[in-house]
Design a protein around this ligand. Structure first.
Ligand code: NAI
Length: 324
């Protein structure tokens, strides 16, 4: 029998955790023939709730689930981990300054990065979901000097999927007809969903919609969808976020021709090297590659630059705070 893949999920007792764990255990993260072992990391106050979720996982009798471990110790949780989904984070509370938010998250993602560095398996792949995701991923990466830098990624796949669904609804086409969608930059309100390279039935998407819709409806709807969900549901996106995390890791491991992911920049498209920014990416042999050679017009350039500027400011702020 195949050795099970160890998947560590932080924030396992939270709402994304509840939507995510069952899908991992059912085989959707890695493939329907890959056995998994789950490790659930929580803060001490939430360990009991994580145990409750583990009881429900047991009750599913998933054929691929070979074991569950629950802990509040990152050194245990990441020991031998092959995939780490860093979901638990410190949310912004009313009146919290950006510096306070970054500092609180530095206190989570720094130690987790170090624990990954010291204990994870050689093939560890990390996806950061907890916000501010790109910068949290950078913090974790900077505490893991022995892990190849490109194994640290942040999630913009939910934004990507939101962009697909908004465009499909506008053009009245199935999402499967849309190719080459791209989210650039930060997973924040400055992100840039790009229709100038997206294709629908072989035509450039930006040419199939009017400019006012693209600029004044499409971009802000995708970028502010998280807030719209909170407004409607009274709680933040959870099932769709979990779904996007599944998509990201599945494609990373199994390959894809084109999607969006926040990965460390190699300087492509003028994005400063080292910043963890969303790009159009392909995955081959278990590695993300930035899709090269796209022409960037002035409209796109301005928006990519604005989002990347926000990322460099976040990086400079965590540097100034001594978090990296
Ligand atoms: P939640 O509040 O329901 O759950 C978070 C869980 O993390 C809690 O159970 C908490 O105890 C745990 N936690 C906190 N600190 C921890 C630590 N140091 N170690 C382990 N666990 C810890 O939140 P929810 O809805 O599950 O969201 C989680 C994060 O995902 C948030 O930061 C949210 O902003 C982010 N998010 C990101 C998205 C993206 O597209 N990148 C989309 C949606 C949410």
């Amino acid at each position: 029998a195949q050795t099970p893949v160890k998947v560590t999920v932080t924030g396992a007792a939270g709402q994304i955790g509840y939507a995510l764990l069952f899908r991992i255990a059912s085989g959707q993260l890695l493939g329907a023939d890959v056995p998994v072992k789950l490790s659930l990391l929580e803060i001490p106050q939430a360990v009991k709730a994580a145990e409750g979720t583990a009881m429900e996982l047991d009750d599913c009798a998933f054929p691929l689930l070979s074991g569950i471990e629950i802990t509040d110790d990152p050194n245990v949780a990441f020991d031998g981990a092959n995939v780490a989904l860093l979901v638990g984070a410190m949310p912004r509370k009313a009146g919290m300054e950006r510096g306070d938010l970054l500092e609180a998250n530095g206190g989570i993602f720094g130690p987790q990065g170090k624990a990954i560095n010291d204990h994870a398996a050689d093939d560890i792949r990390v996806l950061v979901v907890g916000n501010p995701a790109n910068t949290n991923a950078l913090i974790a990466q900077q505490h893991a000097p022995d892990v190849p830098a490109e194994r640290f990624t942040a999630m913009t796949r939910l934004d990507h999927n939101r962009a697909l669904s908004q465009l499909a609804a506008k053009l009245q086409v199935p999402v499967t007809e849309i190719k080459k969608m791209t989210i650039w930059g930060n997973h924040s309100a400055t992100q840039y969903p790009d229709l100038f390279h997206a294709e629908v039935g072989g035509k450039i998407a930006a040419e199939l919609v009017d400019e006012a819709w693209l600029r004044d409806t499409f971009i802000p709807t995708v970028a502010k969808r998280g807030a719209a969900i909170i407004d409607a549901r009274g709680a933040s996106s959870a099932a769709s976020a979990a779904n996007a995390a599944i998509d990201h890791v599945f494609d990373w491991v199994n390959g894809t021709e084109w999607t969006s992911a926040a990965i460390p920049s190699d300087g492509s498209y003028g994005v400063p090297e080292g910043i963890i920014s969303s790009f159009p990416v392909a995955s081959r042999d278990g590695k993300w590659e930035i899709i090269q050679g796209l022409e960037i017009d002035a409209f796109s350039r301005e928006r990519i630059d604005a989002s990347v500027r926000e990322l460099t400011e976040e990086r400079d702020a965590v540097r100034a705070l001594g978090l990296i």
